[in-house]
Design a protein around this ligand. Structure first.
Ligand SMILES: [Zn+2]
Length: 663
């Protein structure tokens, strides 16, 4: 591992201990093999003059909720060092009381809550302290004679600490072990099954020691041939997933969501590395012994599910085993977490992670990737031997984690759902994509216009260019969506065109054909392609965007009205056909939505002129005399796919400000 320290960047910061602290914390955060997603923490001790003119020694320690990679000065909690040090000397202290006492000892009450490892940072009598969960070191500690290996590797200048629960107990253990130790003779601490602490008088010294200690573990693993396993070429030829695999993935996501009692997003890791791991003959044994380090349990649960041919059964067995694990280890009236897996090993097909949000699923994927690597290193060192289940349980059901459960409010209404919106680059489709996203769904936005990719990148939506009148393109897009998110729960079929006004007598064949292709056939094509996945969806729902022209047609718009009437009839038949598999299909008839691409200023002016009114007057030609926006239609679409319409299918609802011809 190379040091990322750069004198040119660091020199201007030398006068500010906290600025330097931010700098090297970020250097650690840039290395995924050192810390992942909130893992690790750092601190600096500095004298501060308060508003009252007193000088106090303050421990600036990483606040919870911050990642080292992007931490700023505000991410450090300023705690009175004397209080933190005294807390570590108490004979016992609950972690809840510890956090409360640390918060009460902060110089700034608005700062984030100090890391649970704050006391350990406090008792180390050097100015800078760095803590990581370095994979290479932790992997060595997770082997049958890990402690002996680490002691031999590091010698007397590194103290190897047997595993204890992080928090007060860990600080207390180190405090007791080091009472008579000369800290200046030490370079670091190795915490078995957990991580590494280094420290120094300067930020550079502490950081450099971290890189040096971790590099030594990497060199050791290399010499033992551990890295060779991973470098072996991947023999299975990589192909795109076939439809049977995608159906299996959707089935798995459905089973996991049901076990969790909530919709989950799935991330499929098909990297050669994940595929190779999943194909190992003894994968069912090595993958199910435990996590790399206990704090990963919050993200991946203790172990993954190993999938058999019937994925529902695999998930069912996993859930019952999880309930037994809870019963075996529970105490003091703990609240059980849902029994669904967060990680699945799919034989010869890679690894899949799950999360209530895409972010959670991706964090689990990163952790799973590092874990698969570490397991294989440890296997070359005599076997993967992580902490026993009881210790993992204690971290999973830690009082601080349980307290977090009670604090969380209701999640966004569509959280974990996968939504597909067509015609999403502008107008109603774009509003639907944005609102679905705001309500917690992950959204795949399809459009023929290339700007869909730009739009999507800005809003965290998966943008796919797709002509929804072309079967091959629709099939490709739907495959990509399932591959990305694990299934489809929601379809808002919106894409359409507004053909030029032509009477039946003057109708151009091309106008007629184009309107039917874009406004009718496309709905059939997208719906048909999504049905196999919607059938395996979570509370699946379809919305077809039709038009006021269906109940109240106007002259000159036969190409449009006929196609939209066909789409409406398609949706009605779909509601009948899909009710047995619990897919709801509802229809919106919007009208006078003038903030869409169809309504250019010229078209608006023409229309207003035809009715002998001003453009402004034309815009509110409805019973409620109100303007209707894309967002109003999107709000109706979101209601239709959510719990409000849970008992409704086959409904046609206007969003038109009220129209006496429709009523
Ligand atoms: Zn830690």
């Amino acid at each position: 591992m190379n040091s990322r320290w750069d004198d040119r960047t660091a020199t201007p910061l030398l006068s500010s201990p906290l600025a330097l602290r931010v700098y090297t914390s970020r250097l650690l955060g840039q290395e995924p093999t050192l810390v992942l997603h909130g893992g690790g923490n750092t601190s600096v001790k500095a004298n501060v003059t308060t508003l009252l003119g007193d000088t106090e020694e303050i421990l600036y320690v990483k606040g919870s909720g911050w990642d080292l990679e992007g931490i700023e000065a505000d991410g450090f909690a300023p705690v009175r060092l004397s209080v933190a040090k005294r807390l570590a000397t108490l004979p016992r202290l609950s972690d809840t009381d510890m956090v409360a006492s640390l918060r009460a000892a902060m110089l700034n009450p608005n700062a984030p809550t100090p890391s649970v490892e704050a006391l350990l940072h406090a008792i180390i009598p050097l100015r800078y302290v760095d803590h990581t969960h370095a994979d290479a070191v932790v992997a060595i500690s997770n082997t049958p004679d890990g402690m002996r290996r680490l002691k031999n590797l590091y010698g007397p200048r590194v103290l190897v600490v047997p595993y204890v629960m992080p928090g007060f107990l860990l600080a207390k253990t180190v405090y007791d072990m080091t009472r008579r130790i000369d800290w200046t003779a030490l370079e670091g601490l190795i915490l078995m099954h957990h991580g590494v602490f280094t420290f120094g008088k300067t930020a550079k010294a502490s950081y450099t020691r971290m890189i040096r200690l971790v590099s030594r573990a990497e060199t050791y693993l290399k010499r033992q041939g551990a890295f060779r396993v991973l470098a072996q070429s991947h023999d299975t030829k990589h192909r795109g997933p076939d439809d049977a695999q995608l159906i299996q993935l959707a089935r798995l996501r459905q089973a996991v969501s049901r076990a969790a009692g909530a919709a989950m997003v799935a991330c499929w890791d098909q990297s050669p590395e994940a595929e190779r791991f999943s194909a190992l003959p003894h994968v069912a044994s090595i993958a199910t012994r435990g996590p790399l380090t206990p704090d990963h349990v919050i993200r991946t649960k203790r172990i993954p599910v190993i999938l058999g041919a019937r994925v529902e059964q695999s998930v069912g067995r996993y859930a019952s085993a999880y309930r037994e694990y809870f019963q075996r280890h529970t105490h003091r009236g703990l609240t059980p977490l849902d029994p669904a897996p967060r990680w699945a090993v799919w034989r010869r097909a890679g690894s899949i992670t799950f999360g209530r949000t895409l972010k959670d699923a991706r964090i689990a994927a990163d952790i799973a990737r590092q874990t698969m690597r570490a397991i294989q290193w440890a296997e070359t060192l005599g076997g993967w031997r992580p902490l026993p289940a009881r210790d993992i349980f204690e971290v999973e059901y830690w009082e601080l984690e349980q307290a977090k459960l009670k604090r969380t409010g209701p999640p966004p209404v569509l959280q974990g759902k996968v939504a597909v919106v067509t015609g999403a680059a502008s107008g109603i489709g774009r509003a639907c994509a944005e609102l679905l996203c705001a309500q917690g769904a992950v959204v795949a936005a399809l459009d023929i216009h290339p700007k869909i990719q730009r739009l999507a990148a800005a809003s965290g939506i998966l943008g796919l260019r797709c002509d929804v009148t072309q079967r091959a393109q629709v099939e490709r897009a739907v495959r990509a969506i399932v591959r990305h998110f694990g299934g489809v729960d929601i379809l808002v079929s919106n894409a359409g065109i507004f053909p030029p006004s032509e009477t039946i007598a003057e109708m151009q064949p091309a106008t007629w054909r184009r309107s039917l292709a874009a406004n009718l056939h496309s709905h059939q094509l997208v719906l048909q392609t999504c049905i196999p996945y919607l059938t395996l969806g979570i509370e699946p729902a379809v919305v077809i965007i039709a038009s006021k022209n269906v109940p109240a047609p106007g002259p000159g718009a036969s190409a449009y009205s006929v196609a939209k009437a066909g789409a409406t009839q398609l949706a009605r038949v779909a509601a009948l056909e899909l009710a047995p598999v619990k897919i709801r299909v509802n229809i919106i008839h919007p009208d006078q939505v003038f903030d869409t691409g169809i309504w250019t200023p010229q078209v608006l002016a023409q229309r207003a002129q035809r009715y002998h009114v001003s453009v402004e007057e034309y815009k509110i030609r409805n019973l409620l005399r109100t303007t209707i926006t894309s967002r109003d239609v999107a709000a109706m679409a979101c209601a239709m796919v959510g719990p409000v319409f849970a008992k409704t299918t086959g409904a046609q609802v206007p969003v038109d400000g009220g129209n006496d011809r429709v009523i």
